[in-house]
Ligand binder design. Structure first.
Ligand code: SAH
Length: 359
């Protein structure tokens, strides 16, 4: 049985529906991808078929915790997977868009010291269906409630390194684009800087955005903050970014978590500005969230603003990213790390979550 019903191809689904009228395949596919329905809710199907599909088309994500903050504009889930691994998904509503932030791996092998997920180590890659299902769950939630919204954007910025699980992530992107109907221009892959992966992305046909978690623009500091830099140093990373920029003509962005006294100095801004100008990159600044394994504080607001203003005066397009969900420990891998969340909705499959040893 697949990990998730969203791991099934159309052919797999046709196999499950053998003996049924041919049109059922398209009917079920549309119910899953366009209407985000559970098999039990597919009322156009005969009851017995609904019951059978519920058995043979499992969902992969069991809610362990769900927390809502920012007046309902941020929803964060901690999910248990069938094997007990856990991952997070976040849905964020903005005035002009609704964005899902999805995980691509359970854990992460990149070992960035300041990142809660990196501190916990690598568990496994997610399957295509486990990635797609996060987007479907977020879409469904976005469409509920008194003011329904349409999920418009997906960022691969949850747990894990997307380019270290390239084939599955790219297959998920195709599904999200072709079957869930999101524009490729509204999808963003965020990477620590896996150069071969960036080059592969540059050669793909879909114009997906690239975000690079830079955090330092000299090799000495970056070797320390983002260990993969020792394998793919800045010169190679910038060359790969240029490749992507040239082939896709999509905006490149640099992510920069401002760490007090570490990468928020005048020289850091100057080094970053030089690279950002050359690659016409937009810079997203975010004050570091202190995590249990890296107690260094994020830069205080006045240093964040000064850093942003310095970048702007050097001709760089820079914004400070609002840090969503911090009051519920929902920022950057902290939900799983802390487990101290308020359950706002009962777990649909409590027995399974309990077996997985989660709260
Ligand atoms: N592995 C990918 C995607 C997941 S991390 C990547 O590194 O891009 C998503 C973003 O959150 C990255 O920019 C990462 O550097 C940042 N991040 C991780 N831990 C953080 C923390 N404690 N405070 C602020 N940003 C953090």
């Amino acid at each position: 049985m697949p990990a998730s019903r969203f791991d099934l191809s159309r052919d797999d689904l046709a196999g499950l529906l053998e003996g049924e009228p041919r049109y059922r395949v398209e009917q079920v596919w549309t119910a899953l991808y366009a209407h985000h329905l559970e098999p039990g809710e597919m009322t156009t199907l005969p009851k017995a078929l609904r019951a059978r599909l519920t058995e043979v088309m499992p969902c992969a994500l069991s809610p362990v915790a769900e927390s809502v903050s920012d007046d309902g504009d941020t929803v964060k889930w901690l999910w248990a997977l069938a094997d007990g691994a856990s991952i997070e998904t976040v849905l964020m509503h903005y005035p002009d868009r609704s964005t899902a932030c999805v995980s691509t791996q359970a854990g992460c092998a990149m070992a960035c010291g300041f990142c809660a997920t990196g501190q916990a180590g690598f568990e496994r890659n997610l399957s295509v269906g486990e990635i797609v299902e996060q987007v479907v769950r977020a879409s469904r939630r976005a469409g509920e409630g008194p003011t329904p919204r349409r999920l418009s954007n997906v960022v691969f910025m949850g747990m894990g390194e997307p380019l270290a699980n390239y084939d599955r992530v790219w297959a998920a992107i195709r599904r999200i684009h072709a079957d869930l109907g999101l524009s490729a221009r509204h999808l963003t892959v965020s990477t620590v800087g896996i150069v071969p992966g960036i080059r592969r992305m540059a050669a793909e046909d879909l114009p997906v955005n690239l975000a690079v978690s830079l955090h330092a623009a000299n090799d000495v500091l970056r070797d320390e903050l983002v260990p993969i830099n020792r394998r793919y140093p800045l010169s190679e990373l910038y060359a790969a970014c240029e490749d992507h920029l040239r082939s896709k003509n999509r905006r490149l962005s640099f992510e920069w978590a401002l760490i007090d006294g570490v990468n928020d100095r005048r020289t850091d801004a100057e080094e970053l500005a030089a690279a950002a100008r050359r690659l016409r990159a937009h810079v997203n600044l975010i004050p570091l969230n202190a995590t249990p394994g890296w107690p260094t504080a994020g830069s205080p607001p006045e240093r964040v603003e000064a850093f942003r203003d310095r970048l702007r005066s050097l001709g760089v397009n820079a914004t400070v990213r609002a840090n969503r969900g911090t009051e519920i420990d929902a920022a950057c891998g902290q939900l799983r790390a802390e487990h101290q969340v308020t359950l706002t909705a009962p777990s649909r499959r409590p027995a399974r979550a309990a077996r997985a040893g989660r709260p």
